[in-house]
Design a protein around this ligand. Structure first.
Ligand code: GDP
Ligand code: K
Ligand code: MG
Length: 271
């Protein structure tokens, strides 16, 4: 049987270790990622030894600023993972979606797992998982890593995204920004596969040096890109990275509005 590699990504404290231990029984390897003192954990799925789970460091963004972020994105873009389980603390949906959008933008097959289903249920908040799935363009499954619920459904969705065709992310930024990203996509080498072009367009927009190096762009193309980005920054009166951050938050605000119904707020008491 073919080996499947599944990456487990998420913010710190979203329950990754709890889920990893639950599904692997901790039968794996713990070491460091090459070149950095960031812990790497890898283990086979207890229920299927043909599936390897790699626990990525807890992070908030796929920016290139910390070793944890670099390790995570290098692994996601390495070609090894067949799919990603993007774990979210569902009691903190808004904040956790920031990383989720970026992982979806990598073009990898993603299943979003909303963890802490038990706490969401207790709070009375309602998450419309079907609407969230439409907004994100990937399956969304409610789970509780602590109470061991939703795990079978999670892996059934993982298997279905692995065998489905790769596709571009479903969420869109403001049309003016999308136009600029389209221009950048057109400048990418033809070797970059269709589902990864948006990720690299965004990275080039952000002047990400690692992406620039990786793509081995010639100096004319780099100049071209810089002109496009600088023009957009003048139009928006903002710097490129802040523009993208702002666009992601706008998408998230829209998603929260559509998918989350908060319980009527409780009267606060002193006890
Ligand atoms: P990590 O930082 O993402 O590895 O998160 P951990 O696995 O260490 O979990 C953080 C905390 O959340 C721990 O106290 C866990 O017991 C708790 N936790 C994880 N999953 C769940 C869940 O589904 N429900 C509840 N109530 N707590 C959970
Ligand atoms: K923790
Ligand atoms: Mg952990």
């Amino acid at each position: 049987a073919t080996q499947l590699h599944i990456a487990l990504a998420g913010n710190p404290n979203c329950g990754k270790t709890t889920l990893f231990n639950l599904i692997t029984g901790q039968n794996g390897y713990v070491g460091n990622w090459p070149g950095v003192t960031v812990e790497k954990k890898e283990a086979k799925l207890s229920s299927d030894k043909n599936v390897t789970i790699t626990d990525l460091p807890g992070i908030y963004s796929l920016s290139p600023y910390s070793p944890e972020e670099r390790v995570s994105r290098d692994y996601l873009m390495s070609g090894e993972p067949d799919a990603v389980i993007q774990l979210l603390d569902a009691t903190n949906l808004e904040r956790n979606l920031y990383l989720a959008l970026q992982v979806i933008e990598t073009g990898l097959p993603v299943v979003v797992a909303l963890n802490m289903a038990d706490l969401v249920e207790r709070s009375g908040d309602k998450i419309d998982t079907a609407a969230l799935s439409r907004s994100l363009g990937c399956p969304v499954v409610m789970i509780s890593a602590l109470k061991n619920t939703g795990i079978d459904e999670l892996f059934s969705q993982v298997r279905s995204v692995v065998s489905a065709q790769a596709k571009k992310p479903a969420h869109h930024f403001d049309s003016a920004i999308e136009d600029v990203l389209d221009q950048l996509e057109a400048l990418l080498p033809s070797s970059v596969p269709v589902e990864k072009r948006r990720y690299y367009a965004v990275k080039l927009f952000e002047r990400d040096e690692q992406a620039q190096r990786l793509l081995q762009l010639d100096s004319k193309t780099i100049e071209n890109i810089e002109e496009i980005v600088a023009a957009c920054e003048r139009d928006c009166e903002d710097d490129a990275e802040s523009i993208i951050t702002g666009e992601r938050y706008a998408v998230i605000a829209h998603i929260i509005d559509e998918c989350l119904r908060r319980a009527p707020s409780q009267m606060s008491t002193s006890e």
